[in-house]
Design a protein around this ligand. Structure first.
Ligand code: URA
Length: 294
């Protein structure tokens, strides 16, 4: 009962937001251009990120066995082995077309991530990290991949970089509790925090695309070189990719330095602040504060 009420409330807030946008005559919002919510299970390694980053076929390694689960929008993913089977074989899930809310769709997707075995990262994880935040966010924040703390907790950006990210969001009047959903291009920790390999980001891409379809944010913030290059299919460094508004699958995307990089090199703060203000302009006026040092 409580779950149905929460889903109904989420839908009500979404409708209210759309109605307010309509009253403001805000026809530039990307959500109006978005395709309908897709509800297929991940289509496997063949579905590389659009933008040219092809991936090897990991399907033969065994994929997730999607199953509906209770669970919240986020919350720690239970440790566990990858399930057997392949997503192509999974039954088509019920979705928004049948009146299900974003929170329920996200919870199902999170459950699929928790049992995913599409790439070798699954073998080394403690917990998969599907994402965390509100089901109707203004901003979708995308990092590179879980680190050690995230792998233990099953939540994204909970280490020092995450605490700094929270301060960035606060500086532009947002928070992961009210306006933001945070996830990564890969949902399992790469060993030793190495960069995720193209075949790993490709295997994980369908999860990210489905999150985008469900969340329908107004804008995307890509944190760091790996996230920006992966999403944009670019090989230029983050210094070249930041400073402008890109588009990622119909959504405006701002790329900036990773919070860990800024903690190491505070001279990057000025650029981050410019990028955050650019992001803030995309989602509408909010109170600005100074960007803290750490
Ligand atoms: N760095 C990332 O890119 N993602 C996390 O979730 C944590 C640290």
């Amino acid at each position: 009962m409580e779950k149905r009420l929460s889903e109904a409330f989420t839908e009500y807030r979404r409708l209210l937001r759309d109605f307010q946008d309509l009253l403001r005559g805000d026809f530039r919002r990307p959500r109006e251009e978005e395709p309908p919510i897709r509800i297929d299970p991940p289509s496997g390694a063949g579905a590389a990120l659009r933008g040219g980053r092809a991936g090897a076929a990991w399907a033969s390694a065994g994929g997730p066995l999607p199953r509906s689960g209770a669970g919240g929008v986020s919350g720690p993913a239970a440790p566990g082995k990858a399930a057997e089977g392949h997503p192509e074989a999974a039954p088509r899930k019920a979705g928004a077309a049948e009146g299900r809310g974003a929170a329920a769709l996200l919870a199902d997707l999170a459950e699929e991530v928790r049992v995913c075995g599409l790439c070798p990262l699954a073998a080394g994880r403690n917990r998969a990290v599907p994402g965390d935040g509100v089901p109707e966010p203004l901003i979708l924040v995308i990092g590179e991949g879980p680190g050690g703390e995230e792998d233990l907790q099953g939540l994204p950006f909970v280490g020092p970089a995450g605490r700094y990210l929270d301060k960035w969001l606060e500086a532009v009047g947002m928070s992961r509790k009210t306006d933001v959903f945070i996830t990564n291009v890969v949902k399992c920790r790469p060993p030793g925090n190495r960069d995720p390999q193209p075949q790993e980001t490709a295997a994980c891409a369908p999860f990210l695309e489905r999150q985008r379809d469900i969340l329908r944010p107004r804008a995307v913030l890509a944190l760091g070189r790996v996230a920006a290059q992966t999403l944009l299919g670019e090989s230029r460094g983050i210094g070249a990719l930041r400073g402008t508004v890109h588009r990622w699958k119909g959504l405006p995307l701002v790329a900036t330095y990773h919070p860990s990089a800024v903690l190491r090199d505070p001279s990057l703060r000025r650029s981050v602040w410019e990028d955050l203000k650019r992001l803030q302009e995309l989602v509408g006026p909010r109170d600005l504060r100074a960007l803290p040092k750490n």
